[in-house]
Design a protein around this ligand. Structure first.
Ligand code: HGY
Ligand code: MN
Ligand code: MN
Length: 423
């Protein structure tokens, strides 16, 4: 969509969002699931997540939004348009966090949406199309896999009953947890969307390193999560000759090192990480009988990512043979790279530049709900800098000025695409 050359009279280029109100929102949500040393832990569908959801619903209602919750627990707050329910402009992100979360990952995009609506309300502005703020369930995938679960189900990429049957590491069932916290909804989210814009912190070092104010996100790289289980044989660490050992802990370590060596051969775009490792019986003097661990592979090039997937499975098999263990691999998530809608990406870039902000295009290293919504609506993302490129860490930080700039860009995009007019 081309942006209006002439702004409607009474709708300023930079909508007057309130930095104080935005900062207060961020600090308020930072107290929900707050960790003693700073940061937050609101793992999906825990009591802390419920508290965040309850606060969000209350804030949406206070802004006069109509709130709906769908069957996977996605929350939608909608500001009606004059022209009926067609052509909704949706913004949003997620409010669940990893267990070492910061104040901004996901939550900032949802709170910026609230700030845009609050500003339009202050202005008495009307819009031709509805505006919906979305908070999607279990974006992080830290407790239930895959990640971006709520937006994936909303976009039709995963059957609801399959999602509801997912279990966490302790065996808790997603559907039971959703009912337990009171967010197993009956509603449906917006059916007809003009565009989806997600404002998010970059979570990497690029914008800060280059001194750029706004990231124009062209797309999201491919993601491949593997859970590998190695079965060996527990034995005494002091009496068992090395040649007789079937050491699952040793095999797991060799697979992880093999994965890192393999990634290096595929070039700097191939990323690899091991997030969790569980050994059984996990005792200092017992050779591990079982190791369960994850390997997170990412690459903007899908062919290279497929090559990495295949290579990882080969490494696991070879190590199993060499260590006399058994290995099985389970895919926890596999998403191809996604390119965002060119017109929406151009609108982000044009708007940010028209507002006088410096920009640069980049793809996202992290997964986001936008990559799922892109399946059903023209979508794009706006990044603001992360200090030190740190995220998924309680030290995550983005300066208020940067939060404000991102929110002003979001507000302009919403005003233009929803057809804002003064009272
Ligand atoms: O894993 C990711 O990239 C996202 O934080 N869920
Ligand atoms: Mn996020
Ligand atoms: Mn995250």
């Amino acid at each position: 969509m081309a942006l209006p050359a002439v702004l409607p009279v009474g709708v300023p280029a930079a909508l007057p969002i309130s930095p104080q109100r935005l900062d207060a929102s961020v600090q308020e949500f930072g107290r929900v699931g707050a960790l003693p040393g700073g940061g937050v832990a609101r793992l999906a569908l825990t009591d802390a997540d419920r508290a965040g959801r309850d606060l969000l619903v209350a804030r949406m209602r206070a802004l006069g939004l109509s709130v709906s919750v769908d069957a996977i627990g996605n929350i939608f707050g909608t500001r009606a348009g004059d022209g009926g329910t067609q052509g909704t402009v949706m913004v949003g992100s997620h409010i669940d966090t990893v267990s070492t979360g910061g104040l901004y990952d996901g939550t900032f995009g949802v709170l910026a949406g609230l700030e845009v609506v609050a500003t339009l309300n202050d202005m008495g502005a009307r819009t031709r199309h509805p505006i919906t703020i979305a908070a999607f369930t279990n974006e992080e995938g830290a407790r239930f896999q895959p990640d971006m679960l709520g937006s994936l189900v909303f976009a039709g990429g995963l059957a609801l009953d399959e999602a509801l049957a997912l279990r966490d590491a302790d065996g808790a069932v997603l559907g039971d947890e959703l009912r337990r916290i009171g967010y197993a909804g009956q509603d449906r989210g917006p059916a007809d969307m003009t565009a989806y814009f997600e404002l998010h912190i970059e979570q990497g070092p690029v914008l800060e390193r280059e001194g750029v104010q706004i990231g124009v996100v062209s797309g999201v790289q491919g993601i491949s999560w593997h859970e590998i289980t190695v079965r060996g044989r527990s034995a005494h660490a002091g009496t068992t000759p090395m040649a007789m050992r079937h050491d699952a802990g040793h095999a797991a370590a060799r697979i992880v090192c093999g994965a890192h060596d393999m990634a290096r051969t595929l070039g700097p775009d191939q990323l690899v990480a091991t997030g969790y490792t569980r050994l059984t019986p996990n005792l200092v003097n017992v050779i591990a009988q079982e190791a369960v661990f994850t390997v997170d592979l990412r690459n903007p090039d899908n062919a290279a990512l497929q090559q990495a997937d295949a290579a990882l499975l080969g490494i696991a098999q070879d190590v199993a043979t060499q260590t006399g263990t058994d290995v099985t691999c389970r895919t926890l998530a596999r998403f191809d790279p996604v390119a965002f809608d060119p017109a929406c990406v151009n609108a982000v870039e044009h708007t940010a530049r028209a507002l006088g902000y410096s920009t640069r295009r980049l793809h996202s290293g992290a997964g986001h709900d936008a990559q799922m919504i892109a399946r059903i609506a023209p979508s794009a993302m706006i990044f603001v800098p992360s200090v030190g490129g740190i995220s998924h860490n309680v030290r995550e930080f983005t300066a208020l000025d940067d939060l404000v700039r991102g929110t002003v860009v979001l507000a302009r995009l919403v005003a233009d695409h929803a057809g804002a007019t003064p009272a």
